[in-house]
Design a protein around this ligand. Structure first.
Ligand SMILES: [Ca+2]
Ligand SMILES: [Ca+2]
Ligand SMILES: [Ca+2]
Length: 863
């Protein structure tokens, strides 16, 4: 469609009248509306139960391959936030005869069950709201039909409202007003995202514009979406309330009406001949000469795959020479939406600068070079793992990333409170502290796990453990960071004479030891006491006042080092279990050998605490005694096994060996037949425990033991290499609500652990495939999923910088979300945690994998 004639206001009644015009959008087999270049989904995606509105549910529009709109449905506020309530969605009712999709959205607390019905009409769809009972009086003026658009998709574009031109703002710049809190629709669990400083009001954004026809980006065919109605439609900017807010189109439902009470004609832009340009996936860090080099082209289903592509060598004068004509190997369709073609140029080994030319697309240039993996972990070790440190001021050149935060850590969480990140405190505290009593000694070490500013047990324990393994297996002596734990100051790119790897391990043990000594164990989370603090964005230094809470003072009153402002973090302690403590032992004991050379006191302290916990909880952690007690990290078996192994490696004390050896040997003899299937998303992270332990022990044990391990390896290899065969990329692509990059990393690293000991039993390309995928050989786009690593990399992703539309270098995003028939990893909207939140415990795993790949290509290049 060219031009805007369809939107001439005088045609409104004609359009809304029942017409015989051909309908462009067809209801497809997957139950959504489809036309060339455009999809309209109706609750194909549902709200996430754990984190509420993740901007991935309701009526949604995918246009030219990009999801532009989401959240379409009946909502109770102008610009809903993540914790605002939504209706419980009924199963979708698909009427093939009418080509309609219908759901009901139940707000049971309000006895309000509107129905949303969508059916094709002309070049768009009708979106109808049906009511069996009139809108309840307390929802009149609140219940409305909303549709949300991702703001960043529309930066630099305009909109028309009843023909008048307006600019879509890059940042919120319109008006809000305060209403008394008595009018507010309560959020889930009675949360409050707005801190009214005790005034008893809440914030309501006012419309940017109101009319009967609003067209977003009429000037841009790929982005143009129009809505018209006999009812008034307003456009709002949700970013007045929350940085992840959306542009919202909204019409209020009328009072005292039943039947079809509201109708929109929604017209996306369809393109009869649109073909998505090929997405040529390849490694943005390039390739080492001897490794396999296979690019994967993702093609529109309407494209006819070219028979050949070309590898171009780029000369110093900018000219291109054809290095190889590549025969395209058609792989076929994967995941409904696209076709795939593989382009193998493995035999090109000459170092230099290259690009791939296929299907009318020339990729950006990339190197072939022997050293491509050598430095790719530096941003993660030098920057990501440092910027995410808690309790530290972190400087880089002229910039202070953040100040020394949470120095008022922390208060004993009272019984029966819940935290906003899925944690709850039950009715026992398991500590000697009174509710809200300050627990001393905790303002040291640890990392923000990502997105928010809490210290999660799994994050701090696993990060410390994996950092210890990096030192054990690779011993990187790199020193490019000053880390001073006495003054709690870190300076990036400043050497201080001590390997950064060791200093980072110590940053973990300082927090773990502090928790063990002051709480008694590592608490499930040290987190924010309320929603206002939980959704904090900005420098963590400003999250609390740094003064210990004193309930005898008035709110905001300060006396000495105490204040009456209840902003101190809570220590959640009710999920303690003796078997859970075994992971505390693993991390502390694994850290000991790395620390003892540089920080002997911290090393001894770590080992002493590990032994103390072992002696104290050994009996109670016996799974025969405590069935609830599966280890935090492994899916089953005796949770004490790994703790015993680490204690033995640290001390050489036979009593630990005498404990674990029969367990490991008996499991080895069972063979890994019970290996978990790794497309569960956990199978890679949790390989069969017997072999994980056996591989770790292998170098220390006698030949009889080693022979038994060797005999078990082929079955293990068959298991860990079986994922990825269903797709052209050769790695497991998983993750419907949290994308699977962490699993890709651990699967590849497990392959390395086997190759390191048994190079004749596994193809090392399985290891390299993991990083190739991460670095850009993946669906949707070909950006490197490791921020700042590679030629073209993610522009937005977040650790503790969620609202900045930026990155912290060296972070690894979760990656590609896999929905019913599409993939997504938005690079202009950082707030999808399942796509763009860089978790801290992925960082050391990625570093390990880089070091492993560097070792492998050095080996391959010598063959
Ligand atoms: Ca968290
Ligand atoms: Ca250093
Ligand atoms: Ca405080």
């Amino acid at each position: 469609m060219k031009g805007l004639s369809i939107f001439v206001v005088s045609a409104l009644s004609a359009v809304l009248a029942a017409g015989a015009a051909a309908q462009s959008l067809k209801l497809n087999d997957l139950g959504y509306f489809e036309a060339r270049g455009t999809n309209v989904l109706v609750y194909n995606n549902l709200y996430n139960g754990a984190f509420y509105d993740e901007k991935f549910a309701g009526l949604e529009i995918i246009q030219r391959g990009e999801r532009l709109a989401t959240g379409g449905g009946i909502r109770l506020m102008n610009t809903p936030e993540q914790w605002d309530i939504f209706g419980v969605v009924s199963p979708r009712k698909i009427d093939r005869a009418e080509s309609s999709v219908e759901v009901s959205l139940a707000y049971e607390d309000y006895d309000f069950v509107p129905r949303l019905k969508v059916l094709p009409k002309d070049k768009g769809v009708l979106v109808q709201v049906w009511l069996d009972k009139a809108v309840p009086s307390n929802l009149v003026g609140k219940a409305g039909l909303n549709l949300e658009f991702f703001p960043a998709s529309y930066f630099g574009r305009n909109y028309l409202v009843d023909g008048l031109a307006r600019i879509l703002p890059k940042s919120p710049m319109h008006d809000t007003e305060l209403h008394p809190v008595s009018e507010k629709i309560p959020q889930y669990f009675g949360e409050s995202t707005f801190d009214d400083r005790g005034r008893g009001d809440f914030l309501v954004p006012l419309p940017m514009s109101t009319g009967h026809q609003i067209v977003l980006a009429p000037e841009d065919e790929a982005l143009r979406v129009g809505v018209r109605s006999e009812a008034e439609i307003s456009i709002y900017d949700g970013r007045h309330l929350a940085q992840n807010g959306m542009f919202v189109l909204r019409s209020l439902l009328p009072a005292d009406k039943t039947g079809m009470v509201l109708e929109w004609y929604l017209e996306p832009s369809i393109s009869k001949d649109w073909i998505r340009p090929a997405n040529i996936g390849f490694s943005q860090v390039g390739y080492s000469p001897a490794q396999k080099k296979v690019a994967v082209a993702e093609l529109d289903k309407n494209a006819v795959p070219a028979k050949t592509g070309r590898l171009l060598r780029i000369n110093p004068d900018g000219s291109r020479t054809v290095a190889k004509t590549i025969t395209a190997d058609v792989w076929g369709e994967f995941h409904h939406r696209y076709n795939y073609v593989r382009l193998d140029f493995s035999d090109v080994r000459e170092p230099g600068l290259y690009s791939i030319d296929y299907q009318g697309v020339e990729t950006n240039a990339f190197p072939i070079d022997v050293d491509i993996y050598k430095d790719k972990w530096h941003p993660t070790m030098d920057v990501s793992l440092v910027v995410n440190m808690d309790h530290m001021e972190v400087n880089e050149a002229y910039r202070i990333w953040h100040g020394r935060a949470n120095m008022d850590d922390a208060l004993q969480a009272p019984a029966n409170v819940r935290l906003h990140d899925g944690y709850t405190q039950g009715d026992v505290t398991n500590t000697k502290y009174q509710p809200l009593e300050h627990i001393p000694g905790l303002a040291v070490g640890g990392w923000y796990d990502a997105g928010d500013f809490d210290i999660q047990a799994n994050s701090v324990l696993n990060t410390t453990e994996d950092l210890a393994y990096i030192w054990r297996y690779f011993r990187p002596e790199r020193d490019q960071t000053l880390i001073d734990e006495k003054t709690q100051y870190a300076d990036i790119h400043v050497p201080d004479g001590i390997p950064d790897n060791v200093q980072l391990i110590m940053h973990g043990t300082l927090n773990i030891n502090a928790q063990v000594e002051n709480i008694g164990f590592v608490a499930q989370v040290i987190g924010q006491p309320d929603m206002h603090h939980y959704h904090h964005l900005g420098d963590a230094l400003t999250l609390t006042d740094g003064l210990i809470y004193d309930p005898s003072l008035a709110r905001y009153e300060v006396k000495g080092d105490r204040s009456g402002t209840p902003d101190d973090r809570f220590v959640f302690t009710s999920r303690f279990s003796p078997s859970g403590v075994m992971q505390d032992i693993v991390s502390l004991a694994a850290a000991y050998p790395a620390l003892k050379e540089y920080y002997p006191e911290e090393a001894e302290r770590s080992l002493k605490n590990a032994k103390m916990l072992w002696n104290k909880y050994f009996e109670d952690a016996d799974p025969a005694r405590n069935q609830a007690g599966a280890g935090r990290r492994f899916g089953g078996g005796d949770p004490r096994l790994n703790a015993a192994i680490e204690l033995w490696i640290a001390t050489g004390d036979d009593r630990y060996k005498n404990f674990f050896l029969p367990l490991v040997e008996s499991q080895l003899e069972q063979r890994p037949a019970a290996a978990p299937v790794n497309n569960s998303g956990f199978g890679d992270r949790f390989p069969p425990m017997n072999l994980t332990a056996a591989l770790k022990l292998y170098p220390y044990m006698d030949k009889a033991f080693q022979d038994k391990v060797r005999a078990a390896v082929p079955a293990y290899v068959a298991n860990i290499t079986r994922s990825g065969r269903d797709n052209p990329y050769g790695v497991a692509i998983t993750g419907a609500s949290w994308a699977g990059n962490a699993q890709v990393i651990s699967a590849a690293y497990n392959c390395y652990r086997v190759w390191k000991l048994f190079p004749d039993l596994i193809d090392p390309e399985y290891v390299l495939a993991g990083l190739n995928y991460l670095f850009g050989c993946h669906p949707y786009n070909n950006l490197s999923f490791v921020t700042s690593v590679g030629v073209n990399t993610k522009k937005v992703a977040y650790g503790n910088n969620r609202a900045d539309y930026a990155v912290i270098p060296g972070g690894i995003v979760p990656g590609l979300l896999v929905k019913e028939d599409f993939f997504e990893n938005k690079d202009d909207y950082p707030f999808h945690w399942g796509e763009n939140e860089c978790c801290i415990n992925t960082a050391p795993q990625y570093v390990q994998l880089c070091l492993a790949c560097d070792e492998i290509v050095r080996y391959l290049n010598k063959q």
